[in-house]
Design a protein around this ligand. Sequence first.
Ligand SMILES: [Zn+2]
Ligand SMILES: [Zn+2]
Length: 562
Amino acid sequence: MKKYMKIIPLGGVGKIGYRNCTVYESQDSIVVVDMGLAFPEGATPGIDFTIVDTNYLEKNIKKVKAIVITHGHFDHIGGLVHMWQKVPVKLYAMPFSMEVIKSQFDYKKAKMPTDYELMEFGKEYKIDKNFSFEMVQVMHSIPQSGGVYFKINDKKVFHISDYRFDDAPILPERTNYKRLEEIGNDKLDMLLVDSTSAFSEDNPTETDVKENTLKAFQEAEKAIAICCFSSNVSRVLMTLQLAEMLDRKVVVLGSSLQRMMESAVRTGIIDAKLVEKVARKTEDVGNIGREKLIYLGTGSQGEEMSAMARLARDELRGVRLKEGDVLVHSATAIPGNEDSVWDMFELMAKKGVEVKARHNGYKIHASGHASRKDLIRMFHIMKPKVIVPIHGTTQHMHEVERIIDEQTHSVPCTIAYREFIQIDEENMLEVHDFNENKLLKETGEFAVDGAWQIPLEDYFIFRQRKFMHEEGAVFISMALNKAGMIVSQPSITSKGLGDEDKLKEVYTYALTNIYRQMKANNMDRAIKDIEKAREVVRIAGRRAFIQHRGKKPMTVVDFVKI
Ligand SMILES: [Zn+2]
Ligand SMILES: [Zn+2]
């Protein structure tokens, strides 16, 4: 069989943190890198999140040999719990990532894949005689992150999703520069690379963040509250270390942070002795004065049910922040979350809590993604023949292209968006459009909606939901006898349109309208065509609400046969 290699980004391009899932395919085997989720957007109200369609993998299931996980962020692992049953192949992940995956399966009460392997950095995993991969350590905002280095036929491709360079990290782990240089010196054919922070010039180190956070902590005279992502183990460790220095006690708020901390201890990333000193419950604080406390919680995005947002609303049992306390925001608001973060800050400020965050000049956060400087450094180490930006919007990916143009004229850059890439035996690079190859049909997207998975193309359900949300709903029901005659006055109820008493007048208009239209359609005595009658009643009823309530409610008509 003719040898070939294909790279199909089922997800992970076109938006940031967007259900990463990339297919690496040869003539004999397929390996999938990551199975992430994306959080819902306005057009799909009510859903939990979206995942990619696994149809392509299911159709080629005999070829699919492995799923490899780069790191434990939800945009890389969050889809697994819903997708793995459809693609039940061996799962490869680093121990910390596997811990996060396990707790996700536990949380969803799903059965964890039994066939999995805890990976080691630097070890070569052979899938078949022409296909192998290796995990190479890079730094990111979660422990044990890696890039996947593939050797497929005689081609070498390096998939580095989320990474940054940090030469002064807090966690006891480092980028494996030696291995990166070896790979770079070994003639790399293609580099897939993180474009998330392509627009930022530079990025502080985690040690810079720690020093600035120390200053912010030292300014506090009373209690300190600090919020970060639960998976940002570096910030958790930083907080524990600063608490030691300042002789304060850390109180961890929220179960996700506690679980993540336990995972970090189990995998040897954080010293168990440091964690032992932490209070897990507010009752454990005893009579320690508030000037000796640091509350560490999730909620850096102002998420409604997070510990920090509940603390801001005074809803957390046994803890209150007061005048003179300090809130340290150890994160940035992800685009789209600015309002909820600001609302949380406002609630804190109204209590007299001093908010220390990016907007008022505190440099207490560093991104986990490669800045322009980091990208240039990576390109110089890797010297790849082709660079494919991933993990960004079209503008981010184009920015990487611009950086390459300015810096390294010899490196051609290909943007992969809804395309797949094929390198043939003559080392020609081909980029095929999904439409042209009829692949688009096989690479749709699904909304995880409670217990169901709904194709996003089923736009109707989401439109209906949005409609009800904005315009309210009206329910009209009529009782008919066997002959189809109306035996009682139609009943009208509504939701989301206002007080029933106030709506009585509109209901009367609606009834008059319904009777008039039924008469005009010869339905006032007996109904022969139920579907036609349903439409006549629906339009007549709805029109009354448009005219007298100024809304266009979703109108549901029900005939009850008695
Ligand atoms: Zn990511
Ligand atoms: Zn990530």
